[in-house]
Every structure is written in structure tokens, then in C-alpha cells.
Design a protein around this ligand. Structure first.
Ligand code: GUN
Length: 283
């Protein structure tokens, strides 16, 4: 029977450390501040943003939300980012993605000051991660690494297979596994014989965005399976990219959905915001 990796528990531990460090900063009259921009009315984005706000309040941060109409222009959005770049109370800026059609995500990401880019999506931060000299790590891949550490799962020398090559998860995930001295393969929609590749994985990370895509026959006996997916199944129930019920019988450890990687993303966002605040205040 596989170990079920409890993302809620690890997330709570990370947030508690952030809360204690924030309490120290507050004594010095320094309060970390996060601004979250949400454009339009995507229901999933609304849930994510609400959870981010709640987490900020729980650790003692200033939390500001900018909820903009779907009709917002690119210039209005860029003006807001510019205003927040210059706002002393705000240490981290996050623009919830995806943006409504017609808005240029890349331009918005590049407009955020790299010092306040707590998502670590800006080209400067992506480049820093590539060379291993970074201040911020992207929240979801960093959360996966934190979970592995928390469960004493070593990456060094292991065959790591990432399914998916997005800028938000797949590519940075591969880089962080490489930093941990894993032997990393990135697979994607054009990969040939996917099943043969994934069946070699000691650590398999699924970040495809397709419900229950990873089936038991794709998984090696005793593998560690990390599910980054957040989908709805045929009955409208939340599920990941992994066929959890069948895969859990075969692997040694697995993250559930919900309650796995999701809560870690928010915890790592809190960690990044605290770090941004410390850097900006030289403390
Ligand atoms: N949309 C889905 N995941 C993320 C994330 O980590 N950051 C932002 N800004 N948007 C997202």
C-alpha cells in the first residue's frame, strides 16, 4: 500500500514557519504585502485567488486584491502593474493566469518587477533558476520538491520523468529535479512510446491537464507519483492527471487530488513573498 503524501500537512508546516518569521518582522514594523490581480470571472481562478488571500491573512501578510473586469485593456493592466511595482507596501505581485482572450500574458509577466515576481515567471527569474542562482522558485515545482524532502524521498540518481512541458510546471519542474541531481526526462504530446518512458520512472510527475491520464500500466512498481493535475472527472468530481485508485496499488508513494500538490503551491507563494519582503527591506 502506497504512502499517501499529505500536501495539506506539509503546507501547514511551511505556512507555520512563514507565520513565525513574519511575526519577527512585524516587531520591526515590516509587514510583507502581496497584491493579487484577477481579470475576468473564471471560477477556478476565483477559488485560487480566494485561497491565496486566506493564506496571506493566516500568516500575517498584507493582502490586496485587484479584481478587474474582463473588458480591462492591456494598457490598464500594465498601468496597474507599474503602480504596484512602485508601491512600498507591496513586496509581491501575482497576476492570476490565464488572462481573458485579448490580453497578452507574456507582456504582463515581463512588466512585473523581477524583485516582486513571486511566481518566478519573469524571464530574469527563469534565467536565474536555469543557472542555479535564484531568489524565487516557481511555486508549484518548488512545492513538489518541498513535499519530497518532507517525506525523505531522495531525488539524487533517480530516473525522473515529467509529463508536460509548460512554462509554469513542466519545464521548471525538470530544472528543479536536475538541481536535486535527478536524471530527468521531459515528455510531452509528441513523445513517442510514452508508456515505455514513464514506466522507467522512479519519480513520475504528471502535469498534463487531462483527467486520469496516467494509468497503472504506465507506472513502474514502487515509483513515487506526483500529480499536479486539477481536473473534473465524468461526474464533475475533482481529480488529478493520475488514475489514483489504480496507480496507488502499484506505487510506493503518491499525492492525492485534492490535498496533494495544490496546497503546496500556496505555501510556497507565502515563502516567496516573505523572501521578497526581506530582500526589499534588507532584513
Ligand atoms: N494559474 C494557475 N497556476 C498559477 C500560478 O501558479 N500562478 C499564477 N499567477 N497563475 C496561475
Amino acid at each position: 500500500m502506497a504512502t499517501i503524501i499529505d500536501g495539506k500537512k506539509v503546507s501547514a508546516e511551511v505556512k507555520e514557519k512563514v507565520r513565525l518569521k513574519t511575526a519577527e518582522l512585524l516587531k520591526k514594523r515590516v509587514k510583507p504585502g502581496l497584491a493579487v490581480i484577477i481579470v475576468g470571472d473564471d471560477p477556478a481562478s476565483r477559488v485560487y485567488v480566494n485561497n491565496k488571500k486566506k493564506a496571506c491573512e493566516a500568516v500575517g501578510f498584507l493582502s490586496r486584491e485587484y479584481a478587474l473586469a474582463a473588458t480591462t485593456t492591456q494598457q490598464e493592466l500594465l498601468d496597474l502593474v507599474s503602480q504596484l511595482n512602485n508601491d512600498k507596501e507591496i513586496n509581491g505581485i501575482l497576476c492570476q493566469l490565464p488572462l481573458p482572450n485579448g490580453l497578452d500574458e507574456k507582456a504582463v509577466i515581463e512588466a512585473i518587477s523581477p524583485l516582486k515576481d513571486v511566481d518566478a515567471f519573469h524571464a530574469v527569474n527563469v534565467g536565474k533558476i536555469m543557472i542555479g542562482d535564484y531568489d524565487f522558485l516557481p511555486c508549484t515545482p518548488a512545492g513538489v520538491i518541498e513535499m519530497l524532502h518532507s517525506y525523505n524521498i531522495t531525488v539524487e540518481g533517480k530516473n525522473c520523468v515529467v509529463i508536460g512541458r509548460s512554462n509554469i510546471v513542466g519545464k521548471p519542474m525538470a530544472m528543479l529535479l536536475l538541481h536535486e541531481n535527478g536524471t530527468v526526462t521531459v515528455t510531452h504530446s509528441r513523445t513517442k512510446n510514452l508508456k515505455e518512458v514513464t514506466a522507467q520512472a522512479d519519480i513520475l510527475v504528471a502535469a498534463i491537464g487531462k483527467a486520469k491520464f496516467v494509468t497503472a500500466d504506465m507506472v513502474k512498481d514502487g515509483a513515487v507519483v506526483i500529480d499536479v493535475g486539477m481536473n473534473r472527472d465524468e461526474n464533475g468530481k475533482l481529480c488529478g492527471d493520475v488514475d489514483f485508485e489504480n496507480v496507488k496499488e502499484k506505487c510506493s508513494a503518491i499525492t492525492p487530488v485534492p490535498g496533494g500538490v495544490g496546497p503546496m503551491t500556496i505555501a510556497m507563494l507565502m515563502k516567496n513573498t516573505l523572501k521578497a519582503c526581506k530582500i526589499q527591506n534588507n532584513c
